[in-house]
Design a protein. Structure first.
Length: 413
């Protein structure tokens, strides 16, 4: 049997009847209590002004386009309840996130499934409507009979999002908790997709997301956000929360983000960071933004110049967090001076006893920390580099610039 559907635009204004079939009032809103059931309509509101009344889902005998008939007509006065999500007040015309489509949408209607059982009828939220169909229902609501509106909408394609694939935006952290709003769906997105979503939101909603999501996800997402929005987000967060997120970022990206802030704000966040990442970020902040030092990352793998392939694999096992960005290993002498670069792919062309020096690139390309951005981009272009080691005036290795860093620079130009 096909599922019986009802839309929120049809529910609003629906007449409610008592046990004897007498009119009690009209529906003005309906509410979920997500902590009890995330999809079942728990309360129905009738009346308005100073005379809001409520009845529960288990008082309903039947629901149809002709009205709602009760099996228990005891109504109680409505009292504001932060555990309730009212669909007309809190959802209609509000922005939500379509987690599957990876975009921000505006709710124009809600679709319910009518569930019949032996004792009565229940409404369960099925989908959030965002397309032309729902706009047609809104336009003709109250002007054309509900059955007539359904005939008008039939030729129009459905454009809706399954309720379980939506993410409601709620800036108030206490209310998020009471409404049992989870950002688990957002945390599964690619950071670049989540960053696109974040950039479309209001400042309050951006803050709400970065307060609630996992710190590592927040760090990856913040790295993808435009610099001015990065600054806005960090300024909106509590200092300790901002510090926790920056600690999860690559030092160069954290330094870039802090560089966009007012000095006092930046200093306050730095003070909350743990010792090791704080030191790395602070050192990077000393370099001018348009130099190799300002572009470089201090996270790389360097081994002594006599290391073997066995040493290389051991070092890689100890730096798993770098695997996604690593493409070369570097060899340094006892003074930390750069002596060679070894592409990772070459590790598979020898035995575990093979010295890494034998696998090094023939021409070692490096750049001084004070070199300008134009010099860096010129080297990447000329030698088709994936990474470029950065050294100080004595040849001591300070960091590495990756192709991703150069692409970011070129994009900003």
């Amino acid at each position: 049997m096909p599922e019986k559907l009802l839309y929120l635009t049809e529910l609003v204004g629906l007449v409610v009847y008592d046990l004897k079939g007498r009119r009690i009032g009209r529906i003005r809103d309906a509410a979920l209590v997500p902590l009890i059931d995330p999809a079942r309509i728990d309360r129905f509101l009738i009346g308005g002004g100073w005379s809001w009344l409520v009845f529960r889902h288990d008082q309903v005998r039947s629901i149809s386009l002709k009205g709602i008939h009760l099996k228990d007509e005891k109504l109680i006065p409505y009292h504001a309840d932060e555990y309730m999500l009212r669909l007309v007040r809190d959802l209609m015309d509000k922005q939500i996130i379509d987690a599957q489509g990876r975009k921000v949408v505006r709710v124009t209607d809600v679709t319910f499934a009518i569930h019949e059982n032996g004792s009565g009828s229940q409404l369960r939220v099925l989908e959030v409507d965002v397309g032309l169909r729902s706009i047609v229902r809104r336009i003709f609501q109250g002007a054309v009979p509900r059955s007539g509106i359904r005939k008008i909408q039939n030729p129009i394609p459905v454009n809706s999002i399954r309720w379980e694939l939506t993410n409601i935006l709620e800036p108030d952290p206490q209310r998020r908790l009471r409404l049992n709003i989870s950002h688990a769906l957002l945390e599964k997105m690619h950071p670049a997709d989540l960053a696109d979503i974040v950039e479309e939101l209001s400042p309050d909603n951006r803050e709400a997301i970065f307060e609630a999501i996992d710190e590592e996800v927040a760090a990856d997402t913040l790295s993808e956000v435009e610099p001015d929005i990065q600054a806005s987000i960090l300024e909106s967060l509590e200092t300790d929360r901002a510090a926790d997120i920056l600690e999860e970022m690559a030092p160069d990206e954290a330094a870039d983000a802090l560089g966009e802030l007012e000095e006092d704000t930046s200093a306050g966040i730095l003070a909350e960071m743990e010792s090791e990442p704080k030191t790395e970020v602070r050192e990077l902040l000393e370099f001018k933004e348009d130099t190799a030092g300002g572009l470089m990352n201090t996270e790389y793998v360097a081994l002594h110049s006599k290391a073997t392939i066995a040493d290389a694999f051991e070092a890689l096992r100890g730096n798993e967090e770098l695997h996604d960005s690593l493409n070369s290993l570097f060899l340094v002498d006892e003074d930390g001076k750069l002596t060679a670069a070894v592409p990772l792919a070459r590790l598979f062309s020898g035995t575990v006893q093979t010295p890494l020096a034998e696998l090094a690139v023939e021409l070692l390309i490096q750049v001084d920390v004070t070199a300008k951005q134009d010099k860096v981009t010129e080297l990447f272009d000329k030698y088709n580099l994936l990474s470029l080691p950065v050294v100080d005036e004595e040849g001591v290795m300070e960091g590495v610039i990756t192709a991703d860093d150069v692409i970011t620079v070129l994009r900003e130009k």
